[in-house]
Design a protein around this ligand. Structure first.
Ligand code: HMG
Length: 388
């Protein structure tokens, strides 16, 4: 029996910072951000969006009433959670009105959490093929104003419905994963921005890719020629290009050029959104599937997941017949084109806005054109609302 991704949904907030404007403000050459990092826009979350609402907005676009009744496992992968104890998936499960007889958990391991969630969901549906699982990657990437990582921030969420006989892609049973205790990127409990050793993190990303890819080839006896395209975790899109270039000496020039062409399609959405941590790999997959016109059913897509700290995983998907019919590219186009560009001062103000942490109440006004939003806070309890 085949199990995998039946539906894919995406959400990103309605504000962004233009990377050429950010470069100018930080006295950098625009080419550094646009080409050197491969980013053109950076999504910025207003105070009315947090990872819970990002998750709900991404899932809301893809779920039918039948799905809501059949889902019995809700997994949110995130590293920017809103509570040390309560799983964001519990809020999400309730806000999305999913079958109450469901498990709802949160998985954390930096940007890798959603991949662990996806594999757990596939195992669950393999045991119970009549059920469905909802896996959501939701994050707001924050390094701090004028920090070394600022140009690699972003915000957004990707939701995946996992079922038997999926319409988009099966998840193959070929995963290779690798863990090692390193301090390349982390966020202590007392900090709302990440700490990072930038250059070291990029070296470790490539080292972990080498570890899992070498072992994958040994275990499966597959080679790069067996893959039509490879999707990478994209903290910024140039990072994935570096990863791909590391693999290309293994294939002919013609194959290398084909893989590079597919890669361009796989980074189109990420270039306009920035790092969404757990969701970056899956946004890249969505971008590839929606932007690429040459892929066909049966094609094998490689997936490299990396979460700092660190865990890496390489696995593959096989595209299903008529997978394009299960996608909703018009929703992504609308989301990305209807956003509002922020001035530097508006971005900095939005970045620093927080809800009270002293137990007092604050209520936020309704955001137009947004379904799920943060409504405010009362006695340390975050309030969520669904707008009509
Ligand atoms: P930096 O030191 O400011 O940038 O930080 P740089 O000097 O390395 O320049 C970046 C690139 O721009 C270089 O290209 C330059 O040559 C080029 P490269 O040599 O790397 O190919 N450049 C130009 N190109 C064209 N025109 C120009 C120009 N000027 C320079 N005029 C860094 C960059 C990524 C380190 C920083 O932004 C950072 O620390 N970001 C956060 C960490 C990060 O994203 N790490 C990635 C790997 S770790 C990971 O993926 C996990 C993560 O997602 C977290 C998680 O798992 O939870 C981060």
């Amino acid at each position: 029996m085949e199990v995998g991704i039946d539906k894919l949904g995406f959400y990103t907030p309605q504000y962004y910072m233009d990377m050429a404007d950010l470069a100018e403000a930080r006295h950098e050459a625009p080419g550094k951000f646009l080409k050197g990092l491969g980013q053109s826009k950076m999504a910025v979350a207003p105070i009315t969006q947090d990872p819970v609402t990002l998750a709900c907005n991404a899932a809301n676009n893809i779920l039918t009433d039948e799905d809501r009744a059949a889902i019995d496992y809700v997994i949110v992968g995130s590293e920017s959670g809103v509570d040390q104890s309560k799983a964001m998936a519990v809020y999400v499960h309730d806000l999305l009105t999913i079958n109450p007889f469901a498990r709802a958990i949160e998985i954390k391991e930096a940007c890798y959490g959603a991949t662990a969630g996806l594999q757990a969901a596939v195992d669950h549906v393999t045991r119970h093929p009549e059920r469905k699982a909802l896996v959501i990657a939701a994050d707001i990437a924050r390094y701090g104003l004028a920090s070394s990582g600022e140009a690699t921030q972003g915000a957004g969420s990707v939701a995946m419905l996992i079922t038997a006989n999926p319409r988009i892609a099966t998840v193959n049973d070929d995963s290779v994963y690798f863990s090692g205790d390193i301090m390349d990127f982390w966020r202590p409990n007392y900090s709302d921005t990440a700490k990072v050793v930038g250059k070291y993190s990029t070296e470790k990303y490539l080292e972990f890719l080498d570890q899992v890819w070498s072992k994958y080839k040994e275990r499966t006896e597959l080679t790069l020629d067996d893959f039509e395209a490879i999707c990478f975790h994209l903290p910024y899109t140039k990072m994935g290009l570096k990863g791909l270039r590391q693999l290309l000496p293994e294939v002919s020039e013609t194959k290398a050029n084909e893989l590079l062409e597919h890669f361009e399609n796989s980074r189109e959405y990420n270039r306009q959104v920035g790092n969404i941590y757990t969701g970056s790999l899956y946004l890249s997959l969505l971008s590839l599937l929606e932007q690429d016109e040459t892929l066909t059913s049966g094609d094998r897509i490689g997936m490299f997941s990396y979460g700092s700290g660190a865990v890496g995983e390489f696995f593959s998907l096989t595209l299903q017949a008529n997978y394009k019919e299960a996608l909703l590219p018009e929703i992504q186009q609308k989301l990305l084109t209807n956003r509002q560009s922020l001035s530097l001062s508006a971005y900095e103000e939005m970045f620093q806005e927080t809800l009270p942490t002293d137990g007092s109440s604050q209520y936020l006004s309704e955001e137009p054109n947004v379904v799920y939003q943060v409504g405010g806070i009362e006695e340390h309890k975050r309030l969520y609302q669904k707008n009509n």
